[in-house]
Design a protein around this ligand. Structure first.
Ligand code: NDP
Length: 400
């Protein structure tokens, strides 16, 4: 069918690349390009011979628009799948615009010097993408990503109006380390140490970090503590789901993780303000990242499951209705299949599906769109096919 250029070959990239190679009818060719080419070559070596997908690799600095343009012009992909870091979103979008190639990512842009992620920077590209006749699909991971697809699906098939959404992200995996993050530590710690917020009656309500705690009994996992966080899909869903009154996001954290995080924060290790150390400027959080376990090394050690989903409350035919859509994923099974733990798996699979939707033209709309703005049905089918089957409940326990 076509060729994808995949930028970034870390935890999420590795899963998406495995999945593209499984889906070789759609991805007849892929080019893996990243900062460290040897990682791309290693993966290519592992996958060649197991797939019909033709794999090439390249070195690229995704902060450099001209280098990206040169790479895209050379490789001529049908879609660029950005699995580098949120800092590179805008340079990669600029290069896609210059080359008139479709764009897909899993996380919204965040300037490196301010821990504030918002869609405004990427939404500002709307008109330019429309005029160029190309599609940008934003946030095609799990959350954001599948949570937006779930919301569009619930609205299409089960509600006349959705009034409340609670997104619940539970990772009950145990990797045996006292403290480690499940995806890029720098991005992860910036997210969880930020103030929390939720959207209610047309405005944002801000909370202190981890101020709101709830306990939820997750299907196939059991009771876990979870905390309200700000999360990027809240911003787009609040706009794109008509009738919404409140939308919140909760993530589970174990006590050991929280105690370590508090201590690291208290001593200044999570700061993104550069400091001078032995004559050199360093960012404490980047130094911390260097000493923490690499998330991609957690795969062989992690046991247990994740459960991520959305609880919807709204109206159907004039009556109140509740609906819970979720996916349960097993860390050890993911590792057996693609050599990664479930957090990378639950992000990499939807990234491959989003790229496939755009590459095949199933989703084709010039402009810049969040995932819930497309027809959810073909994506929901692909989730079942590629390893993230969803389950539903019409009588879920609610979060108070
Ligand atoms: P990793 O740090 O494991 O991987 C990032 C990759 O990008 C690495 O291969 C890195 O190269 C490469 N990279 C970084 N900077 C550059 C650059 N300037 N030029 C070229 N390549 C670069 O991160 P993850 O795989 O954990 O996360 C990837 C993305 O997925 C992030 O944006 C993250 O926010 C997002 N994510 C989304 C989720 C969702 O559900 N929506 C959930 C989890 C993550 P090198 O190997 O040299 O370091």
């Amino acid at each position: 069918m076509g060729k994808a250029l995949i930028i970034g070959c870390g935890g999420v990239g590795s899963v998406a690349i495995h999945k593209c190679c499984q889906n070789s009818e759609v991805f007849t060719e892929i080019c893996i390009a990243s900062r460290t080419k040897s990682k791309c070559d290693e993966l290519k070596k592992k996958l060649e011979g197991t797939t019909k997908t033709k794999i090439t690799t390249a070195q690229v600095d995704a902060d450099d628009v001209n280098a990206l343009i040169e790479l895209i012009n050379r490789e001529k992909p049908g879609v660029v799948l950005n699995l580098a870091l949120p800092y590179q979103d805008l340079t990669i979008m600029d290069a896609c615009l210059a080359c008139k190639v479709h764009y897909v990512d899993t996380a919204n842009y965040e300037p490196e010097d301010t821990a504030k992620f918002e869609y405004k920077w990427q939404w500002a590209y709307r008109e330019r993408f429309e005029k160029a006749g190309i599609t940008a699909l934003l946030g095609s991971g799990f959350d954001p990503g599948v949570t937006g697809v779930f919301s569009a699906y619930a609205l299409k098939h089960h509600f006349d109006e959705i009034n409340y959404i609670d997104i619940l992200d539970c990772n009950a995996g145990d990797h045996g380390y006292p403290f480690a993050t499940n995806f890029n530590p720098e991005i992860n710690i910036r997210e969880v140490t930020a103030k929390g917020s939720y959207w209610e009656n047309g405005e944002w309500i801000e909370t202190e970090p981890m101020e709101i705690k709830r306990v939820y009994d997750f299907p196939e996992i059991g009771e876990k503590d979870m905390y309200l966080l700000h999360h990027e899909e809240l911003e787009s869903l609040a706009l794109n789901i008509p009738g919404i009154k409140r939308i919140r996001f909760f993530m589970t954290f174990g006590q050991s993780y929280l105690t370590h995080l508090k201590c690291l924060e208290n001593v200044g290790m999570t700061s993104i303000e550069p400091i001078e150390f032995e004559g050199k400027m360093i960012v404490p959080l980047q130094f911390l990242k260097a000493v923490l376990p690499d998330p991609s090394s957690l795969g062989p050690r992690t046991k247990g499951k994740t459960n991520i989903g959305c609880i919807f409350i709204g109206k159907k035919d004039g009556r109140e209705k509740r609906y819970y859509l979720y996916n349960v994923c097993d860390h050890e099974q993911c590792y057996k299949e693609v050599g990664s733990q479930a957090v990378a798996y639950t992000t990499g699979v939807p990234a491959m599906i989003g790229a496939a939707m755009v590459l095949t033209g199933t989703w084709s709309k010039p402009g810049v769109y969040n995932i819930e703005e497309f027809d959810p049905d073909p994506f929901m089918e692909e989730l079942n096919r590629w390893g993230l089957p969803w389950q539903e409940s019409f009588d879920p326990k609610l979060v108070d």
